[in-house]
Design a binder for this molecule. Structure first.
Ligand code: PLP
Length: 762
């Protein structure tokens, strides 16, 4: 499978790594083929290699403005950081040993900037322990602009053995004023060892280490168009040094092991470009500022809600860190990836909410930290690439109108009409939106306040008439977003405290409201809380016995959770009421009615009684009558007693049963086997990315688009197709896997997915 119209990649993640410049790659190749000698050999081939190495060292010193001191080649900055820390701490240890003899030995500390790359604090912790230094490790706070707290340094430096700061931050591009830091540090402590991580500074800001008292400065080649595996560390002439690799005595005995000559040949080309701007591939700082301004203007134009997480005055032009209100970093990453723009999120993504410790340290609001996106480029960026990036960002933003995630400035959104159920999530909490395309009516269940704007946009964009907005119960773990939307869309509607409209219909004992041709039926299901209710979406029925066949979805709140039952140990809970509520639900809904809970702790999307009873004995035995009320209460209390083990910082509304955590065995295709299967079998390919991603980059295969947010609707519609071969695909293979597992659990026994996703297809 190939991309339909493969767009060339726009790479805006230079702070993570860069491609190797062709000229540097050529030099590396030449050193492998021609200049391949061992610099330690005394024959001509070796001497040539040595000459290249020394030339590179001279250039390295010129580039960083160091006339004295040592430059040692390393595998990268992490090694340089170890070298610096070990060298400083081994020397400091001598002082500590001497101090032990005094009556009151001082309490020493090690200082590092709170926004430092993890390599720094982790190495400090590691070597502090291994070398038995046992100093207190302290983070130097930063202000909202990311500047280090000088007062803190002045206060703490006198008792510190080492201070580690960074020249330019890798997430925000914020630079520190090294001259000012120098003054503060040295007036507090002339002997403290000072390391400055210069990784992100090289090529982006001028360095003049000779004018500073910096003792150690690590650098990395792969952040500036040289290959991975080459870096160097500068060591001030007067700074102590302890080799961390002993052996054949290479690098004057300072770092043994045969040198990485191809890496040096490549990085030397980069140095020459930095030193000779006129025939360099690198743009000067004013041009880079211009590129930055163009990207900023584009982002502001297409995402009016964008907020930049740093100030441009104290950051390098090549890094932009921003958040877009209403969008998680994962959503923006997926969107940009579909537009073939590579950016990175503030921190690694997982199913849990992620945040950036750098932005947290700067004291930025939580949402900015959770939604942070980093866009970074290097000095080899060209005007044509910036223009293309801006055009792609614009079309990516436009594609969001397909999913009704933003409103088009024009009257009509280029949207996909919504028909059926949508599941929107924030963390593990779920909001359910149901739209009836024909009548243009909609209802919302359990609205989460953090997605209020998204819900509002969706209603407007789809031109839907909201008929009800209901909470299944008073939530203990989060606020409801109901009032905001009700005030705006249903200002005159009279409801009960949870939003159930007073103006409803009655059938026998049941109350219901109309949504298109269907009924939304209210059923009181106390237990988890005394106000808990379930809402059943059903086709109209003539007598109560028919309900179970007519009900497609049951919004049960926290009564039945996937793999669990809602907890009944709140003040307003009652296990006895839950026992009765479960039986009542059982009499009203079918075995295959899809249960839509207000939490999804384990990415399972939905469930039904038949699947739940297969793994939840407590539920099964309650429903089949083999458990009486007293036994239920005992077993339910036992289940709830596991809650504390699982909750972490989140209030869990139900404990997971053990079988919850066993994954489903999903058949995995690779591209070749999928292509073969598509030709031979009756296979339906389902692209489960969101409509905006699908619109930007759908492939030349014949996939249908079933966004993950509409998977539950799809499962409902395909109940009669459970043995059909469905193959799910997405960007990286992770969404397709969880979706396939959810379907498999509900009886879709022939579901498979494409391992690695479209990412591995081109
Ligand atoms: N320091 C900073 C600021 C960085 O950005 C990185 C890389 O992400 C490192 C250190 C580690 O560099 P390397 O990958 O060369 O070990």
């Amino acid at each position: 499978m190939k991309n339909k119209s493969p767009l060339s990649q726009i790479y805006l993640d230079a702070n993570a790594t860069t491609p190797v410049l062709p000229q540097a790659a050529e030099a590396a190749l030449n050193s492998m083929k021609v200049l391949f000698g061992n610099p330690s050999s005394s024959h001509i081939t070796g001497l040539k290699a040595k000459d290249l190495m020394e030339q590179t060292r001279i250039n390295a010193k010129k580039v960083i403005g160091a006339d004295t001191g040592k430059v040692i080649f390393t595998s990268g900055a992490t090694e340089g950081i170890q070298t610096a820390i070990i060298s400083a701490l081994v020397e400091a240890k001598k002082q500590i040993e001497a101090d032990k003899l005094s009556a009151t030995p001082p309490c020493y500390s090690l200082l590092y900037g709170a926004t430092e790359h993890k390599a720094v604090p982790e190495s400090l912790k590691h070597w502090n322990k291994i070398l038995g230094i046992n100093a207190e490790i302290k983070a130097i706070p930063v202000d909202t602009l990311g500047n280090l707290d000088k007062q803190f340094i002045a206060k703490e430096a006198p008792n510190a053995l080492m201070i580690c700061t960074m020249a330019v931050n890798n997430e925000t591009g914020v630079f520190q004023d090294l001259a000012e830091l120098d003054k503060v540090i040295r007036s507090a402590n002339n002997d403290i060892f000072w390391m400055v991580d210069c990784v992100q500074a090289l090529g982006k800001t001028s360095l003049n280490l000779a004018n500073t008292t910096i003792d150690y400065a690590p650098f990395s080649g792969h952040k500036l168009y040289a290959p991975k595996g080459i870096g160097f560390v500068y060591i001030r002439q007067s700074a102590p040094f302890t080799p961390i690799i002993a052996g054949g005595g290479q690098e004057s005995g300072l770092r043994s092991g045969t040198e990485n000559l191809p890496g040096m040949a490549a990085i030397n080309v980069i140095f020459e470009m930095l030193l000779n701007q006129q025939d360099s591939a690198f743009a000067d700082i004013d041009i880079l500022r211009g590129y930055q301004a163009q990207l900023v203007d584009t982002l502001r134009a297409v995402f009016p809600e964008v907020v930049f997480n740093h100030n441009f005055e104290n950051s390098v032009p090549t890094t932009l860190n921003f958040a877009i209100a209403g969008f998680s970093s994962k959503e923006i990453m997926d969107l940009f990836d579909a537009a073939n723009i590579r950016v990175s999120s503030g921190s690694a993504c997982s199913s849990k909410v992620t945040r950036s410790f750098v932005l947290d340290a700067m004291g930025l609001p939580a949402w900015q930290s959770e939604s942070a996106i980093r866009m970074s480029f290097g000095p080899a960026m060209t005007q044509a690439q910036v223009d293309e990036a801006c055009a792609r960002i614009t079309s990516a933003a436009k594609a969001l109108t397909h999913s009704c995630m933003i409103l088009d400035s024009g009257e009509i959104n280029e949207k996909q009409p919504l028909d059926g159920l949508v599941q929107l999530r924030s963390g593990s909490n779920c909001t359910w939106v149901y739209a009836d395309q024909q009548s243009k009516q909609a209802f919302i269940i359990d609205p989460l306040p953090e997605i209020n704007d998204r819900l509002d946009t969706l209603l407007q964009c789809q031109q839907l008439e909201l008929v009800a907005i209901i909470d299944t119960h008073g939530h203990a773990d989060h606020q409801s977003g109901r009032t905001f939307l009700a005030d705006k869309h249903l200002p005159t509607q009279q409801t009960d405290a949870l939003g159930w409209p007073q103006d409803c219909q009655q059938f026998s004992q049941l109350q219901y409201i109309n949504i298109g041709k269907q009924w939304l039926v209210k059923v009181a299901t106390p237990g988890h809380t005394d106000d808990s209710m379930s809402l059943l979406l059903c086709n109209p029925f003539d007598n109560e016995q028919d309900i179970s066949q007519q009900c497609q979805f049951a919004f049960c709140g926290d009564t039945i959770l996937m793999g669990s039952l809602g907890r009944t140990n709140f003040d307003s809970s009652s296990a006895a009421s839950m026992f009765l509520s479960l039986k009542k639900l059982h009499s009203l809904i079918g075995d295959q009615t899809l249960i839509c809970a207000s939490h999804d702790y384990n990415n399972e999307f939905t469930t039904h009684l038949s699947a739940e009873c297969a793994r939840n004995l407590l539920l099964a035995n309650t429903l089949n009558g083999s458990l009486n009320l007293t036994q239920f209460k005992v077993q339910k209390a036992q289940l709830d007693s596991h809650l504390c083990d699982q909750s972490g910082s989140e209030i869990m509304c139900g404990a997971l049963t053990e079988s919850q955590l066993t994954g489903q065995p999903i058949v995995e295709y690779n591209h070749q086997s999928l292509n073969d299967a598509l030709q031979q079998e009756n296979v339906t390919l389902i692209d489960i990315r969101e409509p905006h991603e699908y619109a930007l980059q759908h492939t030349e295969d014949s996939s249908e688009n079933v966004p993950l947010t509409r998977l539950v609707q799809f499962i409902q519609q395909q109940q009669t197709q459970k043995h059909h071969k469905w193959v799910l695909v997405c960007r990286s293979g992770s969404r397709s896997l969880v979706a396939a597992q959810a379907m498999y659990r509900l009886g879709f026994d022939n579901v498979a997915h494409l391992k690695g996703g479209y990412a591995l297809s081109s």
